[in-house]
Write a protein that binds this ligand. Sequence first.
Ligand SMILES: Nc1ncnc2c1ncn2[C@@H]1O[C@H](COP(=O)(O)OP(=O)(O)OC[C@H]2O[C@@H]([n+]3cccc(C(=O)O)c3)[C@H](O)[C@@H]2O)[C@@H](O)[C@H]1O
Ligand SMILES: Nc1ncnc2c1ncn2[C@@H]1O[C@H](COP(=O)(O)OP(=O)(O)OP(=O)(O)O)[C@@H](O)[C@H]1O
Ligand SMILES: [Mg+2]
Length: 275
Amino acid sequence: MRMKLPEPDWDSVRKRIVGWLKDFFQRTGRVAVIGLSGGVDSAVTAALLSEALGPERVRALILPSASTPEKDVEDAKRVARLLGIEDVRVIDVEPALRAFDDLLKVDDRVVRGNTLARIRMTILYAVAHKDGIVVGTGDKSEFLLGYFTKCGDGCADVFPIGDLYKTWVRKLALHMGLPEDVALKPSSPRLWPGHLAEEELGFSYEVADVVLYNLVENGMRPQEIVERLGVDKEIVDRIIQRIKLNKHKLITPPIVKVTRRTAFEFVEEADALLT
Ligand SMILES: Nc1ncnc2c1ncn2[C@@H]1O[C@H](COP(=O)(O)OP(=O)(O)OC[C@H]2O[C@@H]([n+]3cccc(C(=O)O)c3)[C@H](O)[C@@H]2O)[C@@H](O)[C@H]1O
Ligand SMILES: Nc1ncnc2c1ncn2[C@@H]1O[C@H](COP(=O)(O)OP(=O)(O)OP(=O)(O)O)[C@@H](O)[C@H]1O
Ligand SMILES: [Mg+2]
């Protein structure tokens, strides 16, 4: 592989996201509600929120299951402490997952893992209902690859780092002074014991980001990426397949149209139409 990902100026990126969040939360008047996993995405998102709103307006939930290593819980607590977030709740989600096991009787680790992600989403929305905004932690690489649970971690009210590639998120974490072991921790959804993102995907984020960056930011064609950048064709193919297969996760669900304008279309223009 001949190309590295270019890097933006981290101070400008940080200021841009922090400024945007300040404005967004000021307009809504609500606090931030975030699931803190001990992984890099939620750590960086929590750091940006703390800087933008002040840690007293950030509510962190640590939601371990039986497949969550104890070290992750400790790391999540350490990150919260470091950022000055005091409203930290630990809720064991294993009983809820077991209840779904009993109801569904499905023996498929992906289905069970997605249920786990959706249980976490349900808890975040319950906690946010009165005065909060659920903050998602998805990054651009995960979005493009469809590497998230639809209506699970993919469901939130705002995504502060959603336009940053995964390898960039690690750099931003270091830039923001987060602990190195968290910033560089191998990415893992922990949906089952021993679950690691790069193992399941079959490629590293380092390679994936080069492919994704050149597809999205430089408009390169897949074949050019193989020929000019020397990325393994099999990996490029696998990434393209994932993008195509998971496109449905990034678009508004289609409505079968009967009238002139659907509800979705109406509210898109609502500001102009309702004054
Ligand atoms: N063509 C289509 N058009 C519209 N909808 C379509 C569809 N194909 C499937 N669907 C729907 O989508 C569903 C499948 O999507 P989904 O339920 O998400 O399931 P799926 O994409 O199969 O699994 C989620 C993946 O994300 C990974 N993950 C999950 C959570 C967190 C993280 C992380 O990085 O932290 C990673 C997880 O390890 C797994 O590989 C189907 O059940 C169906 O309802
Ligand atoms: N044990 C957990 N407690 C609280 N929230 C969690 C937990 N596990 C996952 N989540 C939520 O789901 C999100 C998606 O998980 P994901 O693994 O992609 O992110 P991460 O752990 O922050 O970083 P990485 O992707 O590098 O592992 C987390 O950022 C977090 O908001
Ligand atoms: Mg994780």
